[in-house]
Design a binder for this molecule. Sequence first.
Ligand code: RP5
Length: 298
Amino acid sequence: MQRLTLALPGNEDLARGIAQACGSEAGRIETRRFPDGESYVRLHGEPADRIVDVICTLAHPDPQFLLLAFAADAARELGAQEVNLIAPYLAYMRQDKRFHDGESVTSRSFARLVSSTFDKLLTVDPHLHRYPTLSAVYTIPTITLHAAPLLADWIANHVEEPLIVGPDEESEQWAGAIASRIGVPHAVLRKTRHGDRSVDIDVPDLSIWRGRTPVLVDDIASSGRTLAVAARKLAEQGMRKPECVVVHALFAEDAWAQLTPLFARITSTDAVPHPSNRIGLASLIADALSSGKTDPRG
Ligand SMILES: O=P(O)(O)OC[C@H]1O[C@@H](O)[C@H](O)[C@@H]1O
């Protein structure tokens, strides 16, 4: 069946790349606000009898979600056979437990909303910490892609003598996979989080690797505190100025300005549009869509 790729505003570049790579028609979603603040949504493209892939990375999920729901409904009413959400960054994965009485476990609630709106979800390196797979919370078929091989190839081509460094235990999965793909050593630091913007990091003795360039790798840069504290701790050990490679470049508030002096260079995938984007995901996503394979349910 033919595919139609529709981009929510702000996602046009990635959508164009995906449409080109999988040979689908590229359309767009027009949005604006009425004077009373309500949203207007219009699909440009022909959804009838097509698989419709709506491209929207969820870096700003609260204003984005209602627009996505309106667009998905419109596509169905206009005859789409299947309506999928392609969200390279999947929001609301980090509140994965009730840490304090009365808290909303937003990962579960958001998963219910998305599952009742779309037929399938494709995402890249979702923050799976306490959940083993997305199917722990998403009830629709999912496709989970991993950017580690692309990060590894970029590092191999752009950094001499790298030492891959994961800033916390959660990042072992990326640091280990990247280091083994390019055959270089890796180290994993230990992080204690005290609050949204407060972390402590313990660094093992890395002096045997002083001749190498540390490359901090992580899934998400949000407040940037994890990366900033890790970079400072590496400097205290006399290591070279590090590189940084992340999948999801959220860089909230002043994170970008705080981080740039601490690193030789900061690189990200284009999962979230940002000036640091150097690693493109369009082919990875298009190949997965064309293959049609979804994650095993578990
Ligand atoms: O320290 P910030 O940038 O706010 O948050 C990102 C970090 O918090 C973790 O959940 C992520 O895996 C990443 O290590």
